[in-house]
Write a protein that binds this ligand. Structure first.
Ligand SMILES: Cc1ncc(COP(=O)(O)O)c(C=O)c1O
Length: 460
């Protein structure tokens, strides 16, 4: 290797958008340029990102939730270097991995009602595996899922996707997948009553929209599942690992799922990894004989770098006070942001748990503002939220995005280590941007009118 990776990065940094336009996803480059996010990030540390001019940003996306412990955490980096320097016997395949055994043991200590672990390389792969294990354990074909659910983009996961835009053009999906409204126990009971559903797969808090379960919904759902012999699968890929102020979000609701899915933050933000935690009888329905010992798995599952990242991430989460910090900073933000609902017409609700917070926007009461809302929403449903996220980014250096296509919810998903200073940064930024949104005509509205023009042209 003649050049270090950092030299290549420095030399080609300025070409990133050209490279992506030519060789990768040009549409993504167009999106970034249109909304002014093409600032060229150069580094990340903790809850912050830095662009090529050295400007600091507060990252409230955290890579869609992978950086729970913060970007480039030194303990994770040390562990990864340690693995690389140790010449460990990685991926022997005809052996079993020490580090996978240790990580499985530590995960199950945190979720003691479950007995076995299957490691994967991503969230969607955990979902695929859950569908297979549930079918094998119940000998049933069906999967029940919720409206607005997001479980990943491979075929099984896509088949239980609650947002149709992701499915368009990719049909047909897996058969016997049935959608039910979230928070509707009667609909769930109707779907499970024929006893053909292997699993009910549900996010304890839905990522698309930050939709919270009613206090008794998940417990009720678990009971209905038990009544009809359907496995209860909690997709904690986004909500797990401290995100909601508990190790798993289900802990808030007192339920014990048959299978728990995790991924994202387990990686420490460095090495893709996912896992299914499940009851022994489900596991053993798949791995039931010696000749079926490799009937499910993947080449890179259980690789040493992923396992090491997982071990250190768990250590940081359970001993570093990060989960308690998530709960504490959440309480502050929920209070301060909720107080803005009274003062800013477009902001209708602030909801969430821990550091998974949704700001819900909607049509205002006053006529003048309502006309403006109708105008941009007619151009493109959900466009209003860009009137908030673009100035947050451009004027306040806060990176946040909407919680789904056509959504009127902006989601905050920061690292669990944010400080009071960061909370003040968020509060100041929203205060000013929300005030700006009420100025019609005003700078924010002219910007979004331009975007509406782009949207109209694109759909023409
Ligand atoms: C709840 C949930 N499940 C599954 C997935 C898919 O995970 P991945 O992107 O790692 O495949 C996601 C990703 O956002 C998610 O939020």
């Amino acid at each position: 290797m003649t050049k270090k990776i950092t030299e290549i990065f420095d030399e080609r940094e300025a070409d990133r958008y050209v490279l992506h336009t030519k060789y990768l996803n040009e549409q993504m480059v167009r999106v970034l340029r249109t909304i002014g996010y093409d600032v060229g990030f150069r580094s990340g540390s903790g809850q912050y990102l830095y662009d090529r001019a050295g400007t600091k940003y507060l990252d409230l996306l955290s890579g869609f939730g992978v950086f729970a412990v913060g970007r480039n955490h030194p303990a994770i980096r040390d562990a990864l270097k340690n693995v690389l320097d140790a010449d460990l016997p990685n991926l022997v395949q005809m052996d079993v991995s020490v580090l996978a055994g240790v990580l499985a043991e530590r995960l199950l200590r945190l979720v003691p009602q479950l007995d076995k672990v299957v490691f994967t390389n991503s969230g969607t792969e955990s979902v695929e595996a859950a569908i297979k294990f549930a079918r094998a354990a119940t000998r049933r074909p069906g999967i029940v899922y919720c409206e607005h659910a997001f479980h990943g983009l491979s075929y099984g996961a896509l088949s239980i996707m609650g947002d149709k835009i992701f499915r368009a053009g990719f049909e047909p999906m897996l058969p016997e997948c049935v959608e039910v409204p979230f928070n509707d126990l009667e609909a769930l009971e109707r779907a499970l009553a024929p006893r053909t559903a292997a699993a009910f797969v549900v996010e304890p808090i839905q990522g698309k929209g930050v939709n919270l379960p009613d206090p008794d919904y998940l417990r009720g759902a678990a009971e209905v599942c038990r009544r009809y012999g359907t496995l209860f699968v909690a997709d904690e890929i986004q909500t797990g690992l401290g995100r909601t102020g508990r190790f798993l979000a289900i802990e808030h609701y007192g339920v014990e799922p048959d299978i728990v899915l995790i991924a994202k933050a387990l990686s420490g933000g460095h090495v893709p990894v996912g896992a299914l935690l499940m009851r022994k009888r489900i596991f053993e329905s798949v791995f039931d004989r010696m000749d079926r010992a490799v009937v499910h798995g993947s080449t890179f599952g259980k690789n040493d770098l992923a396992m090491a990242a997982g071990i250190v991430t768990l250590e940081l989460l359970t001993t570093g006070g990060m989960i308690a910090n998530a709960e504490r900073t959440s309480a502050r933000l929920m209070t301060s942001l909720s107080a803005m609902v009274k003062r800013f017409e477009f902001l209708q609700e602030v909801r969430g748990k821990g550091l998974m917070i949704g700001l819900q926007f909607g049509p205002p009461k006053s006529l003048k503002l309502k006309l403006s809302w109708n105008m941009i929403e007619a151009a493109n449903r959900g466009l209003f939220c860009q009137l908030i996220t673009i100035p947050l980014f451009r004027d306040h250096k806060v990176l946040a995005q909407v919680a789904g296509h056509g959504s009127h919810t902006i989601k905050l998903l920061p690292a669990l280590i944010i400080s009071d200073e960061d909370c003040a940064w968020i509060e100041r930024a929203f205060e000013e941007v929300l005030a700006g949104s009420q100025e019609v005509p005003g700078a924010a509205w002219s910007l979004v009118k331009t975007l509406a023009g782009h949207a109209m042209r694109a759909s023409a």
